[in-house]
Design a protein around this ligand. Structure first.
Ligand SMILES: [Zn+2]
Length: 373
């Protein structure tokens, strides 16, 4: 089957699944992820002028590498699967990019230890952690990471999450954000082993994956600063009260200071720091031409990210209202009431009913309940 995306054309072997033609080497649901990758690479090149080389570490059909090469990057595609390597090589040639894109057939951890790249892109199936150490050991400027194991990340598959991320994830009403912050915590700790500090400049989560872009700083003091962004989170399952506490040593609370209940969960270490740089996200938004298949959706996502508050958890308006036995109202009205009462409040990109605020659960209710009817 032939696929056209972002101005490049690929041939991928198709298979009929339930009457729909699909390919194990090409996932159309990841087009938004790839459009944002190209826009981020463009914005990043303005930020870091020396950045030239890009490693597509799990290349499959070659789609990411081919798109990056067509955009002027010096690309290496790598895959451990022989069939993928053949396919990616054909797709590089099909687009006339043999001069700027090479395809390697090997274990990418070995390649990352042997060669230095300015940008490394990890897009594995499942957890990226088996590749994180090798990526941070030698990468110069930017590590891009996709994690598709959202159930382990958010605590729904608890043991798997603990094993993969050396942290305690908890299943809360803000599960996508739990996933983001468990992933960032594990990546920051992996980078710190090599005296590398990470700064997340763009991060987004959908129901299918978490994606983050980490700018690197090769100084031990930066690695220390990243570790200082880690901490723990305590969450009451009854009233949705939550608090966070910086530091690698946990100090869990036994009873909820709000409702007095004892169903308090502790999660961590999670990343408590910022998950994106709003000025950078704005530049990324400016690099999404109409020709990109998901341009409109990607720009909307960037807009939400630019204004999203920098709190480590979000609320779900419907869950809160259900807890209070009150009907939910329109999100804009709800947020306006919070701001009217003097609190900071924003939408969150995790879903239409999600929002962020610095107000406590009681303060949220006091500010909004007059208009919940
Ligand atoms: Zn409580």
């Amino acid at each position: 089957m032939r696929v056209t995306e972002g101005g490049v054309e690929l041939e991928v072997p198709g298979e009929q699944t339930e009457g729909v033609e699909e390919s194990v080497f090409y996932n159309p649901r990841q087009e938004l992820n790839r459009d944002l990758t190209i826009a981020t690479l463009r914005a990043f090149r303005d930020r870091e002028l020396r950045a030239e080389s890009y490693l597509d570490a799990m290349t499959a059909s070659g789609i990411r590498g081919v798109r990056a090469a067509a955009d002027g990057w010096d690309v290496t595609c790598c895959d451990v699967d022989e069939e993928a390597v053949e396919l990616a090589s054909e797709n590089v040639a099909r687009n006339g990019l043999r001069e700027t894109a090479s395809v390697e057939h090997r274990n990418v951890n070995g390649l990352m230890h042997d060669e230095v790249f300015d940008v490394i892109d990890l897009d594995p199936y499942g957890t990226p952690m088996p590749f994180a150490d090798a990526a941070f050991a030698n990468c110069r400027d930017l590590v891009c990471v996709t994690a598709t194991d959202t159930a382990p990340l958010c605590g729904a598959h608890f043991n798997s999450g603990v094993r993969s991320y050396s942290a305690v994830p908890r299943n809360t009403d803000y599960h996508p954000e739990m996933g983001v912050r468990i992933l960032l915590s594990a990546l920051a700790r992996s980078a710190a082993r090599f005296d590398v500090g990470v700064e997340p400049i763009l991060t987004h989560a959908t129901s299918h994956y978490v994606r983050t872009y980490l700018e690197l700083d090769h100084r031990a003091t930066s690695a220390d600063a990243a570790i200082d962004e880690l901490g723990h989170l305590y969450h009451c399952e009854d009233c949705l009260y939550r608090e966070h506490d910086p530091g690698l040593i946990a100090d869990p609370i036994e009873t909820c200071p709000h409702c007095g209940g004892d169903r308090v969960l502790a999660a961590g270490p999670i990343w408590l720091g910022p998950v994106h740089d709003p000025a950078f996200v704005e530049r990324v938004r400016g690099e999404l031409p109409d020709a990109f298949g998901t341009a409109e959706k990607a720009r909307e996502l960037c807009e939400t990210l630019e204004t999203e508050l920098d709190t480590p958890t979000h609320y779900d308006q419907h869950k809160l209202c259900r807890n209070w036995g009150l009907p939910a109202n329109a999100m804009d009205e709800f947020l306006a009431d919070l701001r009217e009462a003097g609190h900071a409040a924003s939408r969150a990109h995790y879903g239409g009913t999600t929002f962020k605020t610095n107000a406590s659960v009681d303060e949220i209710r006091a500010a909004t309940e007059d208009n919940l009817d």
